[in-house]
Design a protein around this ligand. Structure first.
Ligand code: ITT
Length: 198
């Protein structure tokens, strides 16, 4: 029987991407709602990896099943790596995705560099205490205006220079082939394969 993993996230955009990628790798995935758990995890870590592990451990403990957490964000060179681990909270509670995109564009006005990268850390916690972790990164630049309406979060303002398109202009398959999340989950799948063969 395929391994069952709970996706420890409340973000519908992430959930869809993780579901598609992990299902294609042969993992059977459940949302926290499918597993009958709802846990609010305080993201107190100072790194993506620490926060991913906090989410995975909390859901695993609540459900008694293996759980995988994703902590990710956009790191902008001209903002000294920010908003980074604070990407979801950039600009405060009152902003939606488009509000955060516009704030980012405003804060880069007049800056010499628009270089940026996305990072994604995933951590999988098993009920026996075992942990598997992986990370992925995607380099790019911040566009001058939002383009495209695919994806979620900062996708419309994240430009992939080699494609001349933003993540918001890519299909889910095109994004996952090069994205931070696609890379982190591919690295995770390799580790999971080795772990399950042991
Ligand atoms: P969970 O903690 O419930 O998983 P969250 O949205 O709070 O959901 P994070 O703390 O990891 O998750 O914040 C990540 C933020 O970074 C997310 O809300 C987006 O704004 C942004 N982000 C991460 N991956 C992204 C992607 O692939 N495309 C666009 N924006 C992304």
């Amino acid at each position: 029987m395929a391994l069952q993993l709970i996706l420890a996230t409340h973000n519908p955009g992430k959930l869809t991407e993780m579901q598609t990628i992990l299902t294609s790798l042969g993992v059977q995935v459940l949302s926290p709602a499918d597993a009958g758990v709802s846990v609010e995890v305080e993201e107190t870590g100072s790194t993506f990896a620490e926060n991913a592990l906090l989410k995975a451990k909390a859901i695993c403990a609540a459900a008694g099943l293996p759980a995988i957490g994703d902590d990710s964000g956009l790191c902008v060179d001209a903002l000294n790596g920010g908003p980074g681990v604070y990407s979801a909270r950039y600009g405060g509670e009152g902003l939606d995705d488009r509000g955060r995109q516009m704030l980012l564009l405003d804060s880069l006005r007049g800056q010499g560099t628009r270089a940026a990268h996305f990072t994604c850390a995933v951590a999988c916690a098993f009920p026996n205490g075992d942990i598997l972790e992986a990370e992925g990164r995607c380099d790019g630049a911040i566009a001058y205006a939002p383009l495209g309406d695919s994806g979620f979060g900062y996708d419309p303002v994240f430009l992939v220079p080699s494609l001349g398109k933003t993540f918001g202009q890519l299909s889910p398959e095109e994004k996952s082939a090069i994205s931070h999340r696609g890379k982190a989950l591919a690295a995770f799948a390799e580790k999971l394969g080795t772990y399950l063969r042991k």
